[in-house]
Ligand binder design. Sequence first.
Ligand code: G4P
Length: 545
Amino acid sequence: MSNTSHKQIEREVERRRTFAIISHPDAGKTTLTEKLLLYGGAIHLAGSVKSRRAAKHAVSDWMELEKQRGISVTSSVLQFPYRDHAINLLDTPGHADFSEDTYRTLAAADSAVMLMDVAKGVEAQTLKLFKVCAMRKIPIFTFVNKMDRFGRKPLELMEEIEDILGIRSCPINWPIGMGNEFKGVYDRLNEELILFDSAGRHGEAKVEEKTMALDDPQAEKILGPRRYEQLLEDVELLDIAGDPFDLERVHAGDLTPMFFGSAVTNFGVRPFLDAFVDMAPSPKQARNIKVEPTKEDFSGFIFKIQANMNPEHRDRMAFVRITSGIFEKDMQAKLLRTERQIKLAYPQQMMASDREMADKAFAGDIIGLYDPGRFRIGDTLYSGDPVEETEIPRFSPEHFAVVEIGDPLRRKQLVKGLEQLSEEGTIQVFRQPTKGTLDLVVGAVGILQFEVLKFRLEQEYNVRVSLRPMDFQHARWIDGDFDQAALNRLDFLKVLEDRDELPLLLIRNNWALNYTRQNYPDMELLPNPPGTPGLEQLHEKTHGF
Ligand code: G4P
């Protein structure tokens, strides 16, 4: 063990905040991320984070972005300091198709910031991501953005959050005005007004703030009698009718602290960030990871694998969320799945647009390890005593297609590409056992993943394929005895095997699923391979919003 003392580990873990921003496209996630970096001192003038706007809306644009892997990876994890905290901001994919990737990223976060556009409130993607967080009981902080424009009334948004998301909110600050009239916020915990001064700048630099007590005679003068009266009324109403602030409830995911601001002008960003680092759980307080984070032995789990980030040389990077102890460059750790000892060489920690060697990292941090193809998503690494596996539930695929290759001579590359992309979690690959390896079937949670698969096979493996859709909606792993030939005779069922040669059944529709359950009671049908937790239920709930 290193010369880092237990006290130091405790201190390092305590000051970490690891979170993700969840939002609907266009709510301002990129802008807010940039402003958080500005306030963290990681960048000095806003405007340097490249606009990804154009890349987000169409499938092809998004894939173009993925092709320029450099952008996507450097924005996967941002680490920056703020006050005496070390912040890890995980990026969730910005495209509209809900994918497993997003879910896995949230598995590595200890809290989430739900960003919404004041004019739009809770949108489809916000709801889906919220449900994933709620399921994991991740504390959620709400930032209502674009207050420099006219939008919905703050009280109305609070109601909407309760009605649609089923969570109570507690405004930590309250907006003063809206649109051009957005002057500042009232900080309810410190009972003071924070007034912003835009003095001719456009959010490139930090905003000037003036604070004063609510009953300061200056306040009414500055705000004007009408706005001042309105504020007093709102504050009183919130105090009487609103939920009191309760950190326990926030950490349990039952109450969302709410903030108002404008990422573009920086109004409200600093008050939000200050309150967030005070309130958000450190890895020690996080409830979703079972390993004791301050124990000295290192452990972590892989929540994301990304291949071919650098087109110059074929490489893969496995992103590890550290769950306990200290990570040190070149240390040895065991891979729980195989019990093999591995040297964790060439780690990368992401910081803004630079990649840096991570010499030391602590529970809560994310490190990227070069992966010569030995890791899988969900893998656990540990040193010292074995730890419990961190479960990253998988979604059951709902779209299936037979892979047809244009040039049979490229089959070897195809198999390699499919294998690597399935380890990354882009798709799942199945085979028809009776036909040898000839028929390869791919399954995905979102249909967009098929487009991504085709594009990446062509770009990265130089293999052109067409995907022939199969008319099945469900996949269920089979536990128990079954008669393959008899099942295959029914045209609404098809027996396949997964990459570990475990049998699974493709099932045409809900009717066929019920039929199979009733007629083959000895055969257990599981939404995921035996032994892995599934998310069938969540997916059914979030699908088709
Ligand atoms: P996203 O990552 O969530 O998809 O959103 P992004 O930050 O790219 O912002 C989407 C659009 O909303 C951008 O405008 C951005 O400037 C704008 N925006 C973000 N925050 C605010 C805010 O607080 N107030 C206002 N008024 N606008 C905001 P755009 O016109 O689409 O792009 P751009 O030309 O401004 O970059």
